[in-house]
Each structure stands twice: as structure tokens, then as C-alpha cells.
Design a protein around this ligand. Structure first.
Ligand code: HEM
Length: 294
């Protein structure tokens, strides 16, 4: 059995919930985290620990760092750290609500939810703009190699680092673009998902082409649309064996290499940005928190 949390490598579910928890002062962090493995099933819930939580346990995980805030021409990429992140995967919204409540109870009072975002799959994994998302994801052994640590020792092998950003779309603005302008924003045609040979260098897939980086920058993206009232967008989620690939892509999207910002910023912006370490699972299929002393 590969010790990776199974939800990381599985296709995106029909529905999901993202929970971000904060640490409350004076709480029994060790007790709260100790109750976590019994409270979740790793095949349906992916868990990530923020750096503040790992430090509160008196440990550090090599490679777990703070999400870097950046600014580009007219754009902000904010950093909004969290202590604990849970991605609840499912297909029944009511069940996700009850799983949320059970999880909150398990880690209280040391940890408390600060954000809950409901997400869903649109058609066959499209962003709300209608463009297919996830096409160039590595699969099989390549996905495992991109997303999980290997050769780092027990408790760390099979763990993963995840970058999470909630993006808010201005869909009215996007819909005012012509079809050609929309395609040029992504660098792919919405009609058949083919990559455009003549895409401008601001096109999203030109900015992020994983093989164009040195070293190559592969990640496993598991993003899902979200909507709440009239607001909607994408929860961008990228798993890696470290944060380097994500950071190289984000730097280029923000125009730090050549002054060209990603055309995506013309209609969407990140509201949040955080990094988490996703522990491996042990032989019994439960979260293995031995790397943080539990
Ligand atoms: C609102 C935000 C975003 C939207 C709507 C979006 C959407 C898309 C779409 C439609 C594709 C083309 C199909 C595919 O290969 O998946 C794509 C590709 C990709 N995106 Fe994004 N994306 C967003 C943010 C990001 C961010 C923040 C990053 C990393 C910093 C990123 C990294 C990538 C990568 C690596 C690819 C594949 C490039 C390749 O190797 O061809 N995306 N994205």
C-alpha cells in the first residue's frame, strides 16, 4: 500500500467541503491532534497541518514553510495561513455538514473552524468559465512522484505538501470577452480543449507549462469550483513533494520573471493562500502523525 492519503491521488469528487481551522490560545493541541486519526477516514478526508500547528507540537517538518505573499503589476497574491486544513470529499451535502460537525467536535476546543467553503464538480471537471481543468495533471506513478515524498524516512515518506488558494471570479467580466479572447486567456480552446499554437505569452497554460521550468515543475492539481450566494470561483489546490514547483509557477503568473502577468488576473483574484503538510497514512489506513511526535 502506498502511504499517501488516498484522496490526494483519487479523481476530484462530485462535492466537497474545505475547512480551515485556527489554533485557540491555551488549548491542548496534542490532545486535539491525537483524536484526529480516529475521527477521519483518509479515503474521504484529506488532512493538512499548517506550520503554526506543527510548531505548537514542538516539531518542525522539513520543507513546510510559510506561503509567500507577492505583488505584481496591479495584482496581489495574499498569504492567509491556517493551522489545520481538511478537504472533505463526498457526494451528499448533508453528509458533509455532519462530517464537518464531527470533525469540529473532535479537535475542539484547541482548534476552531475559521473558514468553511462548499465546492462542487462542474460538468466533467470544468472551471466555472467552462474550461476543463486538470488536463495536464500527471497520472499513475508520475502523479505519485510529483505529489509525495520518497526516501525521507518513515513518517515522512508518502506525505505531501499542498498549496491552497481560494480564487474569486468576476464571471460577468469574463463573459464580456469574445470567444477568441477567452481562449487566449487560458491558451486552450474551450470547444475542444486543444492547446492553441498561437497563444500569447500571458496565456495561463503558457505561464504554467510544467515542462518549461528548470527543473520541471510538476504538481497534482485537485481544484474545484465553489459558490456562495452571488460569489463564485475556484478553490485551487496543488499537491507536491515540495512547494518549489507551485512557487515557480506562481512567480511566473505574477510576472516576476518577465513582467508579464497571467491573463487569468484579468477576471479572477486569489482571496487566500496557505501551505499545509499532509501526513502519510500508516499500515492500518489511519493518518500517521509520528513525524510530529504523535
Ligand atoms: C482561478 C484560478 C485558476 C484557474 C481557473 C485555472 C485553470 C486552468 C485551466 C483551465 C488549465 C488548462 C487545463 C489543464 O491542464 O488543467 C490550467 C492549467 C494549469 N494550471 Fe491553472 N488555473 C488557475 C490557477 C492556477 C494556479 C494558481 C496555478 C499555479 C500556481 C496553476 C497551475 C496550472 C498548471 C501547472 C497547469 C498545467 C500547465 C501545463 O503543464 O500545461 N493554475 N489551469
Amino acid at each position: 500500500m502506498t502511504p499517501v492519503q488516498p484522496g490526494i491521488l483519487a479523481p476530484v469528487p462530485r462535492l466537497a467541503r474545505y475547512l480551515t481551522f485556527e489554533l485557540l490560545p491555551g488549548g491542548d493541541v496534542r490532545g486535539a491532534l491525537g483524536r484526529l486519526p480516529a475521527a477521519i477516514d483518509p479515503s474521504t478526508t484529506v488532512v493538512g497541518l499548517g506550520r503554526s500547528l506543527v510548531l505548537a507540537l514542538g516539531r518542525d517538518v522539513r520543507g513546510l514553510r510559510d506561503f509567500p505573499a507577492r505583488a505584481g503589476a496591479g495584482i496581489e497574491v495574499p498569504s492567509t495561513p491556517g493551522a489545520l486544513w481538511c478537504w472533505l470529499r463526498g457526494d451528499d451535502r448533508g453528509e458533509l455538514v455532519h462530517r464537518t460537525r464531527a470533525l469540529e467536535a473532535a479537535v475542539a476546543p484547541a482548534l476552531r473552524t475559521v473558514a468553511i467553503t462548499d465546492a462542487f464538480q462542474y460538468d466533467a471537471s470544468r472551471d466555472l468559465t467552462g474550461y476543463e481543468d486538470g488536463t495536464e495533471n500527471p497520472s499513475g506513478d508520475d502523479a505519485l512522484a510529483a505529489a509525495a515524498l520518497a526516501g525521507a524516512g518513515p513518517g515522512l515518506d508518502g506525505s505531501s505538501f499542498v498549496a491552497v488558494q481560494q480564487w474569486l471570479h468576476d464571471l460577468d467580466r469574463f463573459s464580456r470577452l469574445s470567444q477568441a479572447e477567452q481562449d487566449a486567456t487560458f491558451g486552450r480552446r474551450r470547444s475542444d480543449n486543444e492547446e492553441m499554437d498561437d497563444a500569447p505569452s500571458s496565456a495561463h497554460v503558457k505561464r504554467t507549462a510544467q515542462e518549461s521550468f528548470d527543473p520541471v515543475a510538476f504538481v497534482v492539481r485537485r481544484s474545484m469550483p465553489w459558490a456562495e450566494g452571488a460569489r463564485a470561483g475556484l478553490v485551487f489546490v496543488a499537491f507536491g513533494r515540495n512547494f518549489d514547483a507551485f512557487e515557480a509557477q506562481m512567480r511566473r503568473m505574477a510576472g516576476e520573471e518577465d513582467g508579464i502577468t497571467d491573463a487569468l488576473f484579468g477576471f479572477t483574484r486569489p482571496l487566500t493562500g496557505a501551505y499545509f503538510w499532509c501526513p502519510p497514512v500508516g499500515p492500518a489506513g489511519k493518518l500517521d502523525l509520528s513525524a510530529v511526535g504523535l
